[in-house]
Design a protein around this ligand. Structure first.
Ligand SMILES: [Zn+2]
Length: 210
């Protein structure tokens, strides 16, 4: 597991995805983040150019390794409270030069950020049910969240793992049609609830005035 203390993440809320949810997240992340890069997922490019398109509150900082105030085992981390990725300068430079460990380290932090965007998006539209958990440092929940982040990172970097053995029709069904249906059903459910509540309110008013 990636060493990722996610500083300042005391009691931060993290989304809990199902197995399918992880695959769909990885599929769409790869699809959207690969735009303009021949479909490849380049974490530094994604962090600097793609994430800011979806999330104007996101920020990242490269800290000189001589000024690094965190543990030597912590090479980069995502702080969900500040919505910020912090990277040690040698790790950033290593990733720019294609060092695999450094690329994976930054990809992992980018995936933390993508999960946070998904959680805020689902919260805002309030039409798809999903689970979250509170992650405290060194808790089981944090270990679970880190494991899930590692798995999505692996899927994003090596998408052949979850596309292998599937026909084009199966891919379209699983990654496009199924999530779209779930999203549409959620929207309809929320609209229906709203309509029923409005009708109920009207009946109350009628009941009082009658
Ligand atoms: Zn992490």
């Amino acid at each position: 597991m990636e060493v990722c203390q996610c500083d300042g993440q005391q009691n931060a809320e993290a989304i809990v995805l199902t197995e399918d949810g992880m695959h769909i997240t990885a599929f769409w992340s790869r699809l959207l983040c690969g735009c303009g890069r021949n479909g490849s997922f380049e974490p530094i490019f994604v962090m600097e150019n793609i994430i800011p398109l979806f999330d104007s509150t996101f920020n990242y900082r490269i800290i000189d390794k001589d000024d690094w105030q965190w543990s030597v085992y912590e090479r980069a981390f995502y702080n969900p409270t500040a919505n910020e990725i912090i990277i040690r300068s040698d790790v950033y430079e290593g990733a720019l030069n294609g060092n695999a460990i450094d690329v994976i380290t930054i990809a992992h932090e980018v995936v933390h950020c993508i999960q946070s965007i998904i959680m805020r998006f689902l919260n805002a539209i309030n039409c798809v049910e999903f689970k979250t958990e509170l992650c405290k440092a060194n808790s089981d929940e944090m270990a679970h969240h880190e494991l899930q982040t590692d798995r999505i990172t692996a899927l994003v970097l090596f998408p052949e793992k979850f596309l292998q053995g599937k026909s084009e029709d199966e891919i379209v069904q699983k990654y496009f049609i199924n999530p779209l249906i779930q999203f549409m059903c959620g929207l309809i459910k929320v609209s229906c609830k709203g309509l029923l509540e409005a009708l109920d309110d009207m009946n109350c008013i009628k009941g009082k005035t009658a």
